[in-house]
Design a protein around this ligand. Structure first.
Ligand SMILES: [Zn+2]
Length: 175
């Protein structure tokens, strides 16, 4: 890459750049080949209640698969338990598992929702992701900040409008 853009690969500042780029890319894509169930092992708890659980504003960083440029933002997760709940610290780990791959925001949203649904056998799962895409902001005409919102709504959140409204309402960005 350095040669292709016309850089002098012999200059000091770039001496360790290939190694650093390789290391950071390895870290940012360490979500491949990880079984989501292994991430939550030991953190599923029996729970009789069926009130929704909502976790808001989980930060994440990912790379778009088209340009390998960052997309990043916040993720909001809701689920309606059916017999078990998940340790709250495991939700950001599940999010990272899918964010640390080359992604489309739409696919990241759905993969996370389906993983939570599958692992918890939940009555419903809702995931909303608000993200900025540097491939949009840094290139071409659409400069400046814009936010893309995606959602994946499964089970009870699809059929129960009040449940869905309770989840969606406070996720609107505050002015
Ligand atoms: Zn892109």
């Amino acid at each position: 890459m350095l040669t292709a853009i016309g850089e002098d690969t012999g200059r000091d500042g770039l001496a360790d750049t290939p190694r650093r780029v390789a290391e950071s890319l390895t870290y940012l894509t360490d979500g491949y080949g990880v079984d989501p169930r292994s991430v939550v092992r030991g953190a599923l708890y029996e729970h009789a209640g069926d009130e929704p659980v909502t976790v808001r504003n989980l930060p994440f960083y990912s790379l778009c698969e088209h340009h390998l440029l960052p997309m990043f933002g916040r993720c909001h997760i809701g689920y309606v338990p059916a017999g078990k709940v998940i340790g709250l610290s495991k939700l950001p780990r599940l999010l990272n598992l899918y964010a640390h791959r080359l992604q489309l925001q739409e696919r990241l949203t759905r993969q996370l929702a389906e993983a939570i649904e599958g692992i918890l056998n939940a009555r419903g799962v809702a995931v909303v992701i608000e993200a900025r895409h540097l491939c949009v902001e840094m290139r071409g005409v659409e400069r400046g900040e814009s936010e893309t919102v995606t959602s994946c709504i499964l089970g009870a959140y699809r059929t129960d409008a009040a449940l869905r409204a309770e989840f969606m309402e406070p996720t609107r960005p505050t002015p």
